[in-house]
Ligand binder design. Structure first.
Ligand SMILES: [Zn+2]
Length: 444
């Protein structure tokens, strides 16, 4: 099927980013086959189906480099007991109970709800990190099915941790990695690891072995809180990144999430091993763990991407959070204007390429047809030269009207086409109180 998205402002991004007013993008099946002026492409592809993008801006679909679909049902839940006063208490009182309380149907719904939110926000690719120690076996298949139904792309993994017994989750992760193999461009797999402080040397060694044999990377939380650094120093006599590197978990396909409490030598090690880092500014602020040294990481040419850590599925607001956070943290109004958009628009596509083996994040002939089409009528000129200003101060609040992934229209006129939003959210509301009760029982 050939579709012509026309009469919009096309922002191609990529190395030769162009802004095309009255532009059009023509897709055929899963690929973009032409980009140019609407008039020209109307002549070249007269028989194509058309989607009118008047009053809209067309961008490549957004990528989220770190998410936790399973966190969905915690929304609005009262956490039993005293409020958590630090990061470890947040894990123990909230997340390490949420994951244990999930049933199979909860896992499916917990994925479907954020998948709908991804489509609503033009996020067409996600790298997810899943945990459900109550029902680990087959959990990644449930999420895969939800992703395929939604129609976006996802790299999935199961969070291995020794916190519920040695090597919990290895079996599920290994099974799924073998099943997915090299992937099909829509689903990919990684070796999921919780964090250094919940993983013994023995478990790490097993997981790294599985990952190396399969040629996949490790997806692991690194020094999110000072407690992770202190644990590594105390138990292993070295900081977190050094320990993970020594165990073989670093490398070009691996993702070190957060990296808030790391020193210069650890940054050098990340750079030397070409390991990817994912920054999650809203989550770091929410958990009050500290500020990732973003600028020193970028100065070392480390590939730093942007994730939501389960906080939301909206990448433009994450980008803006990164922009604001690093201005405040450095007290320097000259920084982050270029860097925050770079994480989302340049680095996330590179991270995705390492996982999926395809080049996303670019509206160019021959590239995958993943698009986010937003309502946006610029109040000032919009060109290649000032796009970032529009991105940070205008597009961040624009509504996504149409989302396209693999050439398929998943939402049009703000209506989700690939999933039944009403049914899914109603069922989630129905099951959430039961999940909360099971969670409360774990606390008493
Ligand atoms: Zn996380």
């Amino acid at each position: 099927m050939t579709i012509r998205f026309e009469n919009g402002i096309i922002v191609t991004l990529g190395s030769k980013s162009q802004v095309l007013w009255n532009g059009a993008v023509v897709t055929e099946n899963e690929k973009i086959i032409a980009v140019g002026s609407s008039t020209e492409l109307q002549q070249r592809f007269p028989d194509a189906e058309t989607v009118d993008c008047t009053g809209k801006i067309v961008l490549p679909g957004f990528i989220c480099a770190h998410h936790h679909f399973y966190s969905t049902m915690a929304r609005g839940m009262a956490i039993p007991g005293e409020p958590a006063s630090n990061f470890m208490e947040i894990l123990e009182r909230l997340w390490w109970k949420v994951d244990r309380a999930l049933t199979e149907e909860d896992i499916t719904l917990s994925a479907q709800v954020p998948l709908i939110e991804c489509i609503r926000n033009g996020t067409t690719t996600v790298i997810d990190h899943h945990a459900s120690p109550g029902t680990p076996d087959g959990s990644l298949d449930l999420i895969e099915n939800a992703v395929r139904q939604a129609g976006i792309r996802a790299s999935l993994c199961y969070e291995v941790s020794d916190r519920n017994g040695m090597g919990g989750g290895i079996r599920e992760n290994e099974r799924f990695i073998k099943k997915v193999g090299k992937g099909d461009g829509q689903i990919a797999a990684m070796m999921g690891l919780h964090a250094s402080f919940t993983l013994s040397d023995e478990t790490l060694e097993t997981c790294v072995g599985i990952a190396k044999d399969a040629g996949v990377g490790c997806h692991v939380h690194v020094a999110e809180d000072l407690a992770d650094r202190e644990d590594a120093l105390q138990k292993y006599g070295m900081p977190t990144v050094q320990r993970l590197d020594k165990m073989g978990a670093s490398g070009e396909k691996s993702l070190f999430i957060h990296c808030v409490h790391i020193d210069e030598s650890e940054m050098d090690l990340i750079a030397a091993t070409k390991t990817g880092v994912v920054h999650n500014p809203e989550s770091n602020m929410n958990n009050a763990v500290g500020v990732t040294p973003l600028l020193p990481l970028l100065q070392r040419n480390i590939l730093v991407g942007l994730g939501t850590d389960g906080m939301s599925s909206k990448m433009l607001s994450q980008m803006r959070a990164a922009y604001l956070l690093h201005r405040l943290a450095t007290r320097d109004p000259r920084v982050a204007f270029v860097e925050a958009p770079k994480l989302l628009l340049e680095n996330n596509p590179q991270i995705a390429e390492r996982q999926f083996g395809i080049r996303l994040g670019e509206i160019t002939e021959g590239h995958p047809a993943d698009l986010a089409i937003l309502d946006y009528q610029p109040p000032t000129v919009l060109s290649e030269a000032n796009f970032l200003g529009h991105l940070i101060f205008g597009l961040v609040d624009a509504t996504v009207d149409t989302t396209v992934c693999k050439g398929k229209i998943l939402m049009q006129g703000k209506k989700i086409l690939s999933m039944d939003e009403q049914r899914i959210t109603a069922r989630s509301r129905e099951l959430a109180p039961q999940m909360w009760q099971r969670l409360a029982a774990l606390s008493s």
